[in-house]
Design a binder for this molecule. Structure first.
Ligand code: MD3
Ligand code: FE
Length: 219
């Protein structure tokens, strides 16, 4: 049980290297870095209960990103569509609970970006290997888009593609490194986004993979 507040500095203003990509979207560089080992241990524990798997899109294609979830709700996809579910369809069990270090990191990052009462009920854990990409999409499966999304990048770097409200809008290319946290709220919440194909690289803690955590209030 963690009783000390690991993120007591959440109320501090943004640091000089932090970036506002547009209204509502803030990159917090290296915000998760000092907690990387605890985050990795928690991911290890989650995947022991709910292993990474490649979901099928409603069209029947195997997603190249491997996924699992923690929290009361988990994002799933199959021939029936995209949705949030209380149980892992593979085991029939509830998803592993949200680790305390996840919750503290996500709420502290949201607070830093101006969302003081963010309380996620879902954490989607995405695993990327070399060549894995995530094509441009909007996140539309949550009930209330007023809640921000917090994303945490771990492992090898990625180029994040951040578009606009229309699929054809120009995309900003945002490099995201191990430990970077991004808060996507306000108008940014409904922007198209994706991840360019991961390049071969090595990270001392994770090897040749990238893991991204996305925290959401889904229900
Ligand atoms: C911007 N994941 O799981 S996280 C996803 O790196 C997803 O795994 C990517 O997009 C990843 O849906 C990107 C950053 C992110 C997440 C949600 C957003 C950016 C967003 C929603 C709106 C705008
Ligand atoms: Fe997304």
């Amino acid at each position: 049980m963690i009783t000390t507040d690991l993120f007591a500095d959440a109320a501090l203003p943004l640091k000089p290297r932090d970036e506002r990509l547009c209204e509502g979207a803030v990159v917090l560089r290296a915000f998760a870095l000092e907690h990387d080992a605890a985050l990795l241990q928690a991911i290890h524990d989650i995947t022991a209960q709910a292993p990474f798997r490649h979901l099928l899109t409603p069209g029947g294609l195997r997603m190249s990103v491997a996924m699992t979830n923690a929290g009361a709700l988990g994002w799933v996809s199959d021939r029936r569509g995209y949705r949030y579910a209380r149980r892992d369809p593979q085991s029939g069990e509830p998803w592993p609970s949200m680790p305390a270090v996840f919750l503290q990191l996500a709420t502290a990052a949201a607070a830093r970006a101006g969302f003081a009462d963010f309380m996620p009920d879902a954490c989607l854990v995405n695993r990327y290997e070399v060549g894995t990409r995530l094509s441009l999409h909007q996140d539309r499966d949550e009930h209330d888009y007023a809640h921000p999304i917090v994303s945490v990048s771990l492992g090898v770097p990625a180029v994040f593609l951040f578009g606009g409200l229309q699929r054809t809008d120009l995309t900003q290319h945002v490099p995201l490194a191990h430990g970077d946290v991004v808060v996507w709220g306000g108008p940014a919440r409904q922007h198209y986004h994706g991840v360019a194909p991961i390049k071969l690289a090595h990270h001392p803690l994770l090897g040749d993979i990238r893991i991204n955590l996305t925290f959401r209030r889904a229900g």
